[in-house]
Design a binder for this molecule. Structure first.
Ligand SMILES: *[C@@H]1O[C@H](CO)[C@@H](O)[C@H](O)[C@H]1NC(C)=O
Length: 142
């Protein structure tokens, strides 16, 4: 399934005036096809309030042509329950040739993937939550 994603561009937001907080369209769990030069936003459920227990959400991003592009992952906010080896709550960022398991304040911020494909999987267990994350995924040409 290819979801249609509506992006609000910065120009439009500034045209609405500085008193307007920029509205972000964050994505439901699922698979998304991107266009080179665009950005999508994901966040943990309830962000910036604490995410609930027992969550699982997976997002997949493809920006074709995959081999000609890469994804730039920007996560200004990231706070999950901390645990050794992230056995409790975690965000797993998988891309071609790389798999990062993140928790606590160890953010994937600044990750650049090798191609225009990545999968994000968020889990929370049955106890202790935190404020979670918001990440921007940019697709750029190599
Ligand atoms: C997303 O794509 C993967 C294959 O890359 C597939 O296994 C999965 O079922 C898809 N998920 C949804 C919600 O369409």
């Amino acid at each position: 399934m290819i979801a249609t994603v509506v992006l609000i561009c910065g120009l439009m937001a500034s045209a609405l005036g500085a008193s307007f907080e920029t509205r972000l369209d964050t994505l439901a769990c699922g698979n998304y096809t991107m266009t080179e030069g665009t950005r999508l936003v994901i966040q943990s459920p309830n962000f910036p309030k604490n995410y609930p227990v027992n969550q699982r959400c997976q997002w997949e991003f493809s920006c074709p042509v995959e081999a000609d592009n890469y994804l730039d992952i920007i996560c200004p906010k990231f706070a999950l329950q901390s645990s050794k080896d992230c056995v409790h709550d975690r965000l797993i960022v998988t891309s071609r040739g790389q798999r990062d398991v993140k928790c606590g304040t160890d953010s994937p911020d600044g990750t650049k993937t090798s191609t225009g494909w990545a999968r994000f999987t968020f889990f929370s267990n049955a106890a202790i939550t935190n404020t979670g994350f918001r990440c921007y995924i940019w697709c750029h040409a190599k």
